[in-house]
Design a protein around this ligand. Structure first.
Ligand SMILES: [Mn+2]
Length: 355
């Protein structure tokens, strides 16, 4: 597999003996199927995938290109891996991730014979650049998300419950082949829209409410992410103003974001615009994040990321303003960065003129 080859090359370049992959999205990315528990890559380029008994037959069927080790009930997977690493003479082992517990167990088991190190970027850097095949899946996920958002636009009205809207959205998405939700749908109305990850409740939506709807369909393991803010009835002057600020700042971001620009620069420009409008302190998250096998992944469009945006990145652009005890507004689209320009994967659907 191309991805495994690319990773092995990185390993050689960084002069590492071995890589241990434990993160499930990374495992999915490298093996091409879900359900394996770990992947060990040796300096001789041997790849061993570890599978717990429950997934063993499934893994064996899908991993014809890899050696599969079975973890029997009661058997300690980390013990088995360290034993193998010692046989393979791995002295420098890079982990893609580790909980404190895993780290402690591995340190103890390696007994100073294996030097451990966590490097999250090793596989994340590969995952940041999407292949043509991945882009196809991401586009499909985005199309399904738009379908869900369309249903939101048609359903939201005074008297309907947030939970009913969420159910309608998810039904429209889930009835299509190979699709599920990338995260729990957000339908947050009135004051509850001031919480960026507000979920939904059985509250009735009222006339005059803003309703923040954040939806993400998953197609064939690939995610999408889209937010629209609706207003039930005619928007008030303040609602209109807030939505205009957000709409203009998102437009600006989409104008300037391109291959080669620093991720933090795009965040900064938008933050300044919202600040100038008087709501800087109410934009409480980064401008955006990568989308792929996980709904939140690299690259982050935030103040700390000085990396350059690259063709093949798929990211969200989602400015928001959140006023506690009043309500919130956010517009979010998932976009693909191309060599020339960008492509919006989630487009359209607003229930009133923004300009
Ligand atoms: Mn998002």
């Amino acid at each position: 597999m191309k991805r495994l080859e690319a990773l092995k090359q990185k390993m050689v370049m960084r002069k590492k003996d071995g890589i241990l992959v434990l993160n499930s999205a990374n495992l999915m990315y490298l093996t091409g199927f879900p359900g394996s528990s770990a992947l060990l890559i040796s300096k001789d380029r041997e790849c061993i995938v570890y599978s717990h008994d429950v997934n063993y037959e499934y893994t064996k069927r899908n991993a014809s290109h890899l050696e599969v080790e079975r973890i029997k009930p009661g058997e300690n997977i980390l013990k088995k891996i360290v034993k193998k690493a010692k046989i393979l003479e791995i002295e420098d082992l890079v982990l893609d991730s580790a909980t404190i517990e895993t780290w402690n167990i591995l340190s103890k088991l390696s007994d100073k014979n294996i030097k451990l190190e966590v490097d999250r970027s090793l596989i994340q850097d590969l995952r940041k650049i999407k292949s043509k095949k991945e882009i196809k899946q991401l586009k499909k996920a985005a199309e399904l998300t738009i379908k869900g958002m369309q249903v939101a636009a048609e359903t939201i009205s005074s008297g309907i419950k947030e939970s009913e809207v969420a159910a309608e959205i998810e039904y429209a998405i889930r009835k299509h082949d190979c699709s599920s939700m990338a995260f729990e749908t957000i339908v947050a109305s009135g004051k509850d829209s001031a919480f960026p990850h507000g979920g939904f409740s059985n509250k009735e939506i009222c006339k005059g409410d803003v309703v923040v709807v954040d939806v993400g369909a998953k197609y064939n393991f690939y995610c999408s992410d889209m937010t629209r803010t609706f207003v039930v009835g005619k928007p008030s002057e303040k609602q209109k103003k807030l939505l205009q600020i957000i709409n203009r700042s998102q437009k600006k971001a989409l104008e300037i974001i391109k291959e080669g620009i620093e991720a933090n620069h795009v965040d900064k420009v938008v933050r300044k615009m919202i600040e100038k409008a008087g709501y800087g302190e109410y934009f409480v998250h980064s401008l955006g994040h990568g989308v792929g096998l996980e709904v939140h992944e690299q690259p982050i469009l935030g103040s700390k990321n000085k990396d350059k945006v690259t063709a093949g990145n798929v990211v969200t652009v989602e400015p928001g303003i959140y006023l506690v005890d009043y309500g919130g507004v956010r517009i979010e689209d998932t976009i693909l960065i191309k060599k020339e320009g960008i492509e919006k994967l989630t487009d359209g659907i607003h229930n009133f003129e923004l300009e």
